[in-house]
Design a protein around this ligand. Sequence first.
Ligand code: FAD
Length: 297
Amino acid sequence: MSTAAPTVTPVRKKPLDYEVTVTEVRQETHDTASLLLDFGGAPVEYKAGQFINIDPHQFPALRCLTGFLQEQKGRRELFRSYSMSSAPHESQVAITVKDEEFIAGITKYPALLAPYLIHGRLKGARIKVQGFMGPYHLPDDVQERTDHLVHIVAGSGAVPNFAILKDALHRGLKLRHTVLCSNKTWTDMLFREELDKLEAANPDTVRVFHTLTRETDESRFGPKVRKGRISQALLEELIPDRPTCLVYACGPAISPWERKKALETRTPATPRFMETVLGHLHTVGVEDKRIKRETYG
Ligand SMILES: Cc1cc2nc3c(=O)[nH]c(=O)nc-3n(C[C@H](O)[C@H](O)[C@H](O)COP(=O)(O)OP(=O)(O)OC[C@H]3O[C@@H](n4cnc5c(N)ncnc54)[C@H](O)[C@@H]3O)c2cc1C
């Protein structure tokens, strides 16, 4: 088994512009929905784990909010990226969008696009998207690099890994999968039933674990659902083959504005999921070159 870093083989060099129809908006959890997208026969070539971009300026209903936020932030609002929750072999292309919590006194600006994608009654709407892109996918020679893929995700970070898992199983890649999902509560767990089904259908190759940081119902906890954050001890327990596994980690990291504020106030930014997990992985002996990461936010 090689220890070289995963190589990246882009599907396309330049993303294409598409106009797609939202055929369904399917509620996944209380704050998360999947949008099924019909590309109308246009060639759809992507790798599991890649994302599309959506420009908020295209939506008349967001015109005022977009203008207001641009004025407040002193810059043009950027495209938002959304990973496909679908895998390339599936007939429906889907993205899955989470509406982040508004915390009074902490959330600086109202979120722009995610609430609209989820609650804007977009079923039947034509929207412009740009795709497909991103290096967060399996290298072509993944089976030569490892036999164990470790998925470590938080919140909507589950989206690309769900696609990667489905794709690897569909293609019959000789890989074992350990899926470790971090969420706040039981009702926040994304793709819980689907992951359970994949585990039941592939008992020798798929193991799914959850950690819940704010769940108060103790009856939810057990060997597969642990209390608290992802810890160093849990990673040691679940990844015995640390020198040879490949980790795909996706979730929130310190945002650019948190970094800027930290510099201005000379106070270190509080580590978020990604910084904490990377720290634990390094400590337990997973080499950085064996960790593929994607940060949201
Ligand atoms: C590669 C990639 C893939 C992604 N895939 C997914 C996915 O599959 N599903 C998903 O749900 N999300 C995904 N995201 C995140 C997504 O792109 C958006 O960031 C997310 O939906 C929030 O966008 P928004 O417009 O709703 O909120 P935003 O308007 O971006 O606001 C989000 C938060 O940031 C704060 N904020 C924004 N700008 C500033 C500022 N200048 N200073 C201080 N605070 C600020 C706001 O107050 C708010 O709390 C992905 C991101 C990346 C980079």
